[in-house]
Design a protein. Structure first.
Length: 82
């Protein structure tokens, strides 16, 4: 019982940090991520304009997923993102 309570406490969920070129300020603050880190992830994905980004997600392993608008169709990959 106790270990399941601990697991629930440390379980991470993917977090949406940028949506349609707009920063999610409350998520950035709660996850302690800077806008500079987001811009670096966007550049690393080969994108030069934030406005071209559909979403940036902080994954449970601490990595960033950057999704450009060209891939933003139905957004089913974002269904479990907080």
């Amino acid at each position: 019982m106790r270990s399941s309570q601990f697991a629930a406490l440390v379980k991470a969920n993917p977090t949406l940090l940028l949506s349609n070129g707009e920063y999610c300020d409350s998520a950035l603050k709660s996850q302690r991520v800077t806008k500079s880190e987001i811009r670096a992830a966007v550049r690393g994905a080969g994108i030069i304009a934030i406005e071209e980004v559909a979403a940036v997600v902080l994954e449970t392993d601490g990595s960033f997923s950057v999704m450009p608008h060209s891939n933003s169709g139905s957004k089913t990959a974002l269904s479990d993102v907080v």
